[in-house]
Design a protein around this ligand. Structure first.
Ligand SMILES: [Ca+2]
Length: 368
């Protein structure tokens, strides 16, 4: 396959950690101990009023953020995920959060009201990408495609392709549509698209700290949003990937590919799909050393907003923001970022058919 060459959003590494062969050789690093986590101390404030439609109250409070090094665990796929350490102490104010990922039906309401066009629906221009062949300047987006047989997990272009005509209305390409998919999460959403929706809805995207506090549901230091077992009682708790990646998704959790929202149990704060299904945009710029910056500063980081500038040493020229939660493509063979303290990243104009978002809203009295 000829690789697309027109833009950062088409460059292989711009996809982010979970899209690439993220299984580096282990370097010497002392394993974190469970004592790196301290108890979550949720605020004792009641919800400030009736919940906005589709949202739940997240009380905020103080918690331990980040993920242990679980590379010795059969659960973890060998990825050290160093950017999720050190585990550090964070405080966030209370906020409302969407109970589910934003759905196609909700996105359609936004488009009907505003006629908004997503980045994937607009052809790149010669002025933006003067070195790109003109035939590559077509609107589209990135789509996952299973490989015909097992492959070394080194080159994402074995299973990701740039698909002309792929966008939120045609998530896997022009031959696909949203019939019967109103309650599926909207996908093929780049960061500016998600920001535009949030502004229209009088909401905003969560910070990474807000997202992780909410996903942990008041628990502390557990591997998953629901506890320490991936399948408690033999039950799947999230829409992830079973089978041989990226050849065949066997759908043991009930879903091959994307699932409608809220098909698995909610976490302790009433949030659905904080693991798996689709990655979710957060507002923080991505830097692999941001947790270290906060830990080095000492004390408790209050309402951290992310680093001032983005930096990914794997692709220094790309501007990336944080993704959280993992997707239906996450598997212990390759990417286990459905673990609650882990992080993803993505170039801001890059959308895909496993990437969506949800919003938060501050209570009116603290909305300043
Ligand atoms: Ca699945």
């Amino acid at each position: 396959m000829k690789l697309p060459s027109i833009s950062a959003r088409l460059s292989p590494l711009a996809f982010g950690a979970c899209w690439i062969a993220a299984v580096p050789a282990r370097a010497a690093e002392p394993a974190a101990t469970p004592s790196a986590y301290a108890a979550t101390i949720p605020n004792q404030n009641a919800a400030p009023g009736p919940a906005p439609d589709g949202m739940v109250w997240i009380p905020g409070g103080e918690f331990s953020m980040g993920s242990e090094d679980l590379t010795g665990c059969a659960c973890a796929g060998g990825d050290a995920m160093r950017d999720a350490r050190p585990i550090h102490r964070v405080y966030v104010d209370g906020f409302w959060m969407d109970r589910t990922e934003v759905t196609n039906a909700q996105w359609r309401q936004f488009v009907d009201a505003t006629h908004y066009r997503t980045i994937a629906e607009i052809a790149p221009t010669h002025e933006q990408f003067p070195t790109a062949p003109l035939e590559n300047l077509v609107a589209g987006s990135t789509v996952f495609t299973p490989t015909p047989g097992p492959v070394l997990l080194k080159d994402v272009f074995q299973w990701w392709r740039y698909q002309p005509g792929a966008n939120w209305q045609h998530p896997e390409g022009p031959e696909t549509n949203l019939t019967g998919r109103d309650t599926y999460p909207v996908v093929q959403i780049a960061y500016p698209d998600a920001v535009a929706y949030a502004a229209w809805a009088h909401k905003r995207l969560p910070t990474e700290a807000e997202w992780e506090f909410a996903a942990r549901g008041g628990r502390s230091g557990q591997t998953y949003a629901w506890g320490d077992e991936l399948n408690p009682g033999g039950k799947w708790m999230a829409n992830i990937y079973q089978g041989k990646f990226p050849v065949q998704d066997t759908g043991e959790d009930g879903f091959v590919g994307l699932a409608p929202v809220a098909q698995f149990p909610a976490n302790d704060y009433g949030l659905y799909d904080v693991a798996g299904n689709v990655w979710e945009w957060c507002s923080d710029w991505y830097r692999p050393d941001y947790f270290k910056q906060l830990a080095d500063a000492g004390g408790v980081a209050r309402n951290p907003q992310g680093p001032a500038t983005p930096f990914d040493p794997a692709e220094p020229s790309e501007k990336k923001r944080v993704h959280k939660g993992g997707s239906f493509l996450c598997t212990d063979q390759y990417c286990t970022r459905y673990m609650v303290g882990t992080r993803g990243k993505g170039e801001v104009t890059t959308a895909a058919n496993h990437l969506g978002f949800r919003c938060v809203q501050m209570p009116a009295q603290t909305n300043q």
